[in-house]
Design a protein around this ligand. Structure first.
Ligand code: ADP
Ligand code: MG
Length: 213
């Protein structure tokens, strides 16, 4: 994983958030304030700009992306995404990132989100997508299993987990005030996290194909 790969993943995530900006805003307007789509687009735009000329390690690029995201996006998810990216980035500061290091960094990011946001599984937040995803990725990764294929399998688990947030009542963030109203609707933060994981998976698959061919 290089700074170049991070740049590609951030750009793919920005495009995916732009494609889903209206949907994310609509999900957030059910029990929140409707700004989630625009916030994610602002965050990833700033993150992309921050790494335009990054030529250090992948971790350093992710770390600068996180700082820029938090500044630009605002709101709960700005702070949380900034924390997630910065935690992952700081953990991946070596030149060569192995899949196991990536899993450990993502797990650390999830635990920091839980600590700072005082949220856990079942509270109807992005953690309800992130934690099942990391667990599934961890289970799938084994010697000889390409990261792209493990990532794809974990995405299927994450998709179901994201959809399952529709059955939950929010216990954290703005939506907690109107918790019951959100029943039947997916958590916007869980949905956007899934969209980013999916876009990142496409970049990982493309990068691996290039290496293999
Ligand atoms: P805001 O609520 O400030 O308008 P956004 O609309 O951008 O922020 O993001 C809302 C999302 O942030 C929620 O759908 C949820 O996934 C996540 N979220 C909010 N508060 C918390 C928290 N305390 N812990 C974890 N995630 C949270
Ligand atoms: Mg909002």
């Amino acid at each position: 994983v290089s700074a170049e790969a991070v740049r590609a993943a951030l750009q793919a995530s920005l495009r995916a958030c732009q494609d889903h900006e209206v949907e994310l805003g609509e999900l957030d307007s059910v029990a929140g304030d409707g700004d989630h789509g625009s916030g994610m687009v602002r965050g990833f735009s700033a993150a992309c700009e921050a790494v335009v000329s990054a030529d250090g390690t992948a971790g350093a690029a992710i770390n600068s992306a996180g700082a820029a995201f938090a500044d630009a996006a605002g709101g709960a998810s700005g702070a949380l995404w900034g924390l997630l990216l910065q935690t992952v980035g700081r953990d991946l500061d070596g030149a060569d990132v192995t899949p196991d290091q990536l899993v450990a960094a993502l797990r650390h990011g999830a635990s920091e989100l839980g600590r700072i946001g005082k949220a856990g599984v079942g509270d109807k937040t992005l953690l309800d997508t992130l934690i099942p995803f990391v667990d599934a990725l961890d289970r799938r990764l084994a010697p000889g299993v390409p990261l792209a294929s493990a990532w794809g399998d974990a995405l299927a688990v994450a998709r179901d987990a994201t959809e399952a947030t529709a059955t939950m009542v929010a216990r954290r963030g703005r939506a907690a005030a109107l918790g019951q109203r959100g029943l039947g609707t997916m958590d916007p933060g869980a949905r956007s996290l899934f969209i980013v994981l999916e876009a990142t998976g496409d970049v990982i698959a493309d990068a691996t194909r290039e290496i293999e061919s």
